[in-house]
Design a protein around this ligand. Sequence first.
Ligand code: GUN
Length: 328
Amino acid sequence: MAQTTTNNFSTDTPQVTPPSQEHTPPTHAGVSGGEAATLIDGKATAAAIKAEIKAAVAAMAATGHRAPHLAAILVGHDGGSETYVANKVRACAECGFRSTLLRFEDTISEAELLREVARLNADPEVDGFIVQLPLPRHIDEQHVIEAIDPRKDVDGFHPVNVGRMAVGLPAFVSATPKGILELLRRYGVHTSGSKCVILGRSNIVGRPMAQLMSSKQGGDATVCVCHSHSSQLADECRTADIIIAAIGRPAFLKADMVKPGAVIIDVGTTRVPDASRPRGFRLQGDVDFEAVAPIASMITPVPGGVGPMTICMLMQNTLAAARREYYA
Ligand code: GUN
């Protein structure tokens, strides 16, 4: 039996005004003029977007529409997953959504989990749901992802949504790349015609990021995807106006791999041991922040950069699901 938690309360969120000036990353090295990099504040931007979502929910309520409802399935007790899911449930409350958390022990069989997915697919009270990854080894993640009704796949992981996004059809888009594009837009980064290097080719971040950054309606940039077997990785990075680091290696991107004035987006969140912290670890991004920040024109911190935007885009996707925006 699942342990279930539901909420339908809401809280106020602060406002933020990100810089409105259009920012064009330099197209050649050595033009940053030694100015301090602008810190891209994902936490404040996410708070502003959540306030927009909350206002949209209030407008729906005024026309007799019930609150959007997100369900989350959490299997096992992985520390990172527990934190992510708790943050998603909290974000639902902040946006005025209803949320339901379904918890299962890591002994659940694939067949049982697939039955839960089928139940949520059929529940008219649930607009969208996620199955938090990773799943225990005995469960085939792809089977589970493909069992989710694409109309409720607010993670945007189902091949139907991945394919629709790839050909420019309305679709749920994976929250991390969607959030990064939104951050670049809200900070006025001029992406069209720029050179963007993406480090990492995961299904959740690298691949959809490349689609979004290269598409005309998205970043309209020239994109290069590098990964663990790329031979010219550092050289490619040095030519980039925008680097999106999602390779999962702590402090991987060093100062000598970055063109002065480049915009740096850090997706990494590795827990590294740190005895000075109450929990005994800290989150380390894929960027050597201290060394790279003085060279970059803009940079995201870890934490407080991409992470809050990911959760906020999940909320946007859930709102879209409740409004039936992408599928009739
Ligand atoms: N595990 C790490 N990131 C994610 C995410 O965005 N969605 C889900 N479902 N699991 C994750």
